[in-house]
Design a protein around this ligand. Structure first.
Ligand code: B12
Ligand code: SF4
Length: 441
């Protein structure tokens, strides 16, 4: 049959022509979001310069995107603050489900009106196999541009009224709107640093720096990559005793609970203790020591297991700051698949406590299957990774890329690689070892 003769084609062609859609009424769009249950909503145009670095990722989800509708779901404060974390986790997961439903309802209504729209996922993203990052749409920078809040010291977005007790989602719309929102002109974060005081593994630093690896190792013990540690313990253990050294009976049961129901965050104390936001701040303003005693202390006093990488900043921090908590060493849970990934992961794994006093430039030259040059500088507690060779190095490292990856992934010994000259270090071996200490596990 010719396309022109197909009944669907004939019916659609004979229907009255559809009116051209857009630009959409911004006020109406935000009210639509609230009607479907969003706590708040804001709009950003796709070509906002502050989001330029995100556009390619957003377009992978929905290429026609013209407008970003940022929405938040509101969490109840007290459950998030409960020292019993299953209670807090239930609140997180319920609101993730809720905000996904809200986004879906908005998309359904827009689609029915002929407005193309697509909801990006709100809960932990399911793209774990992507090489660079596991999420496409980064909700935080969009929410900031949409005026929904600003990032606080704890690096989550704080809403001016609801405070830190929000979860985010974004609806990608294929039509322009007639007005867009601007970022807030102040930051609701009070800089009280209670989030820093509450984090059990010291992942948040007073100057706003964030130790991704320490948060990921502890808080996400039963998520994503850390599940690989459970699998490797199962495969590698020669008997039940050696398995239980790595996973106690309680931990195995807890892993089962995470897999059967929804994964349990081990902490999220940074959000729990945050007093910011007009609806939240009163108890903090009225009696600050009383607030700390009631909200922060129970989380600090809680007896629990803290998961750390051997030799990490978190290990030293947790042992000295929380002697009453059990500090358990666990293994790094992911493998590094390429030299490019190694260089990308360095800032996430960097332990600045281990870099104290260092002022060193390393020139790396990888050969073999990946030919890459990089300059890595560790100075003033900061790490910089640049492509190519820049400046004068203190240490030169030349490595066969496959061998380097096998050493990183604990499949081959560093000493063998050096003896067989597959890895060559020119300069101080002490400085080379100091480099390794900055990336434990
Ligand atoms: C990656 C991620 C994480 C990572 C990194 C955290 C981070 N600060 O970005 C980990 C796993 C540690 C994490 C933890 C948590 N997260 Co989270 N997370 C995300 C995710 C998927 C993307 C974050 C993002 O856009 N970062 C980009 C920039 C803006 O963030 P940044 O802080 O400047 O930079 C960090 C990241 O870029 C990260 N990074 C850079 N490259 C790479 C590569 C990889 C592979 C990874 C994993 C990370 C990473 O390292 C940087 C330094 O920390 C979003 C969901 C989404 N699709 O947007 C949720 C999200 C940010 N998380 C959220 C929440 C609630 C949490 C937790 C409280 C979970 C919990 N219940 O314990 C903790 C809080 C930790 C903290 N203090 O930040 C909420 C925040 C809501 C809000 N009010 O802002 C979001 C928006 C999810 C949602 N739909 O609501 N999260
Ligand atoms: S706890 Fe205090 S410092 Fe931390 S994000 Fe909230 S207001 Fe800012």
């Amino acid at each position: 049959m010719r396309l022109d003769n197909h009944p669907t084609v004939q019916r659609v062609r004979n229907a009255p022509p559809r009116a051209k859609i857009g630009p959409l009424d911004a006020k109406w769009l935000k009210e639509l979001a609230k009607k479907h249950g969003a706590g708040d909503a804001g709009l950003v145009e796709i070509d906002r310069p502050a989001l330029a670095h995100e556009v390619d990722e957003i377009r992978k989800v929905f290429p026609q995107t013209r407008t970003l509708l940022s929405v938040c779901g509101r969490m109840n404060v007290e459950p998030v603050r409960s020292p019993i974390r299953s209670v807090a986790n239930q609140e997180f997961h319920s609101v993730y489900d809720e905000i996904n439903e809200v986004a879906r309802a908005i998309v359904t209504e827009l689609s029915a009106m002929g407005i193309p729209a697509c909801n990006a996922v709100a809960a932990f993203p399911m793209e774990a196999q992507l090489p660079a990052r596991t999420w496409n749409v980064a909700h935080k920078p969009i929410a900031v541009e949409a005026g929904l809040g600003k990032m606080g010291v704890h690096r989550s977005v704080i809403h001016p009224v609801f405070g830190s007790f929000i979860l985010l989602d974004t609806i990608l719309i294929g039509v322009e709107a007639d007005a867009y929102d601007a970022p807030l002109d102040y930051n609701p974060c009070l800089e009280c640093k209670l989030c820093v005081a509450a984090c059990p593994v010291g992942a948040l630093k007073p100057d706003g720096a964030f130790d991704f690896m320490s948060c990921f190792t502890h808080n996400y013990r039963e998520f994503l990559g850390n599940f690989n540690d459970f699998v490797s313990a199962t495969v590698e253990s020669k008997d039940m005793k050696s398995f239980r050294d790595r996973f106690s009976e309680g931990e195995t049961t807890s892993m089962w609970q995470s897999l059967s129901f929804k994964p349990g965050y081990k902490a999220a104390y940074c959000l729990a203790v945050c007093p910011a936001g007009e609806d939240v701040i009163n108890p903090f303003l009225e009696d600050r020591p009383g607030y700390v005693k009631q909200v922060v202390k129970p989380l600090q006093d809680k007896e629990e297991t803290l998961y750390v990488l051997p030799g990490s900043d978190a290990e030293g921090f947790a042992k000295s700051r929380y002697p009453h908590k059990d500090v358990k060493r666990v293994r790094r849970s992911y493998t590094t698949k390429s030299v490019a990934a190694f260089l990308r992961q360095l800032p996430l794994a960097f332990q600045r406590g281990k870099a104290k006093g260092m002022d060193v430039t390393y020139h790396w030259t990888f050969s073999g299957s990946e030919e890459v040059q990089a300059t890595i500088t560790i100075s003033g507690g900061k790490l910089t990774v640049l492509p190519g060779h820049e400046g004068e190095p203190d240490v030169r490292i030349a490595a066969d890329s496959n061998t380097w990856l096998r050493v990183l992934n604990r499949e081959y010994s560093m000493i063998n690689a050096i003896v067989l000259r597959k890895i060559r270090v020119k300069g101080s071996m002490d400085l080379f070892r100091a480099f390794g200490r900055c990336f434990p596990g």
